[in-house]
Design a protein around this ligand. Structure first.
Ligand code: HSE
Length: 313
């Protein structure tokens, strides 16, 4: 057993439009890395947090009680750790407050790294609830729609009512995901507090139908049905106003051939599903629309089968 390991965990798209708090999709091309090392101390500490530029991160804390990586690592270490403690180094590749599952990626990478240092590492499925401890701290909610896809990869259904069970859903052939991250920030905990506490039976039924139809469409490679069902009639109306480029970007995505497009998690990122061949055009149309309203941005194109967290060394 090595004394030090590094794990990578990918960014992810929470909700995937149709499944608030229960459906999530891993994204390739962006993610966080966490290095973990066993120490003689009796605690879990964070030695440093660095950004993509290699510099010390300007905003994230090394206070172990305030970092999603160490909170998740501590939960796992408390339950299964041996003698001594753990020192973490966190390398952020996912932008903060982006709707790309930034807090989840750190929590998942830390959990996977620390697991590899245990005398008897747990199975991947057993790590979910530990990683979730970090996410709970960050967003104030018990939702796994970022943690689960970041841990397992692909498209995951993980409603709270079924936890710790998760369901790996089949992904449709020939469909890619485009994610556009505008240079804006949305605090997930704040965005959650702004949601209504209850909704009408009509809205609930409509969204249930869309979620069920979307899952069937993915399983049966039904591109047309994906286009009909990728809609959020419950949450999007309350959140799109937080993202000033929302209408322009989504309209551009549809015009370029997207099957559906809505907020990633609580935003500000916006994702679209589209046929593989349309993905580059959709990404560039979304970027142009975003820059057209004066907001800088970055986009990623990913398969819907992006892998989950892994040990790197
Ligand atoms: N399901 C959460 C929300 C995810 O929408 O509040 C945030 O990324």
């Amino acid at each position: 057993m090595s004394d030090s390991v590094t794990a990578f965990a990918p960014a992810s798209i929470g909700n995937v439009g149709v499944g608030f708090d229960m459906l999530g999709l891993a994204l390739s091309g962006a993610g966080d890395r966490v290095s973990a090392r066993r120490t003689d101390s009796d605690s879990v500490t964070v030695a440093e947090v660095r950004g993509l530029d290699g510099e010390i991160h300007p905003y994230l804390s090394t206070n172990a009680k305030e970092n999603t990586a160490s909170i998740a690592a501590q939960a796992l270490w408390d339950a299964h750790g041996g003698e001594g403690g753990i020192e973490l180094k966190v390398y952020k590749g996912v932008p903060l407050q982006s709707g790309m599952g930034s807090s989840a990626a750190s929590a998942v990478a830390a959990t996977v790294a620390v697991n590899a240092l245990l005398d008897s590492p747990l199975a991947l499925e057993e790590l979910l609830l530990f990683a979730l401890e970090g996410e709970k701290y960050a967003s104030g909610g018990m939702h796994t729609d970022n943690v689960a896809p970041s841990l397992f990869g692909g498209l995951i259904l993980s409603p709270e009512v079924l936890l710790p069970e998760i369901i790996r859903l089949p992904t449709p052939k020939g469909v890619s995901v485009v994610l556009l991250h505008p240079d804006l920030q949305v605090n997930t905990a704040h965005a959650r507090r702004l949601l209504p506490k209850s909704i009408s039976m009509k809205l609930w039924l409509d969204q249930q139908g869309l979620l069920a139809g979307f899952i069937h469409a993915c399983a049966s490679d039904d591109i047309e049905l994906i286009g009909k069902t990728l809609r959020d009639v419950v949450i999007e109306p309350h959140r799109k106003g937080n993202v000033v480029c929302f209408e322009e970007v989504v309209t551009a995505a549809y015009k370029a051939g997207a099957l559906g497009s809505t907020l990633a998690g609580s935003g500000p990122s916006i994702f679209a599903l589209c046929k593989d061949n349309d993905a580059r055009n959709v990404a560039s149309a979304m970027e142009q629309a975003c820059r057209g309203v004066g907001i800088g941005c970055q986009s990623w194109v990913s398969a819907m089968t992006a892998p989950g967290a892994r040990i790197e060394d």
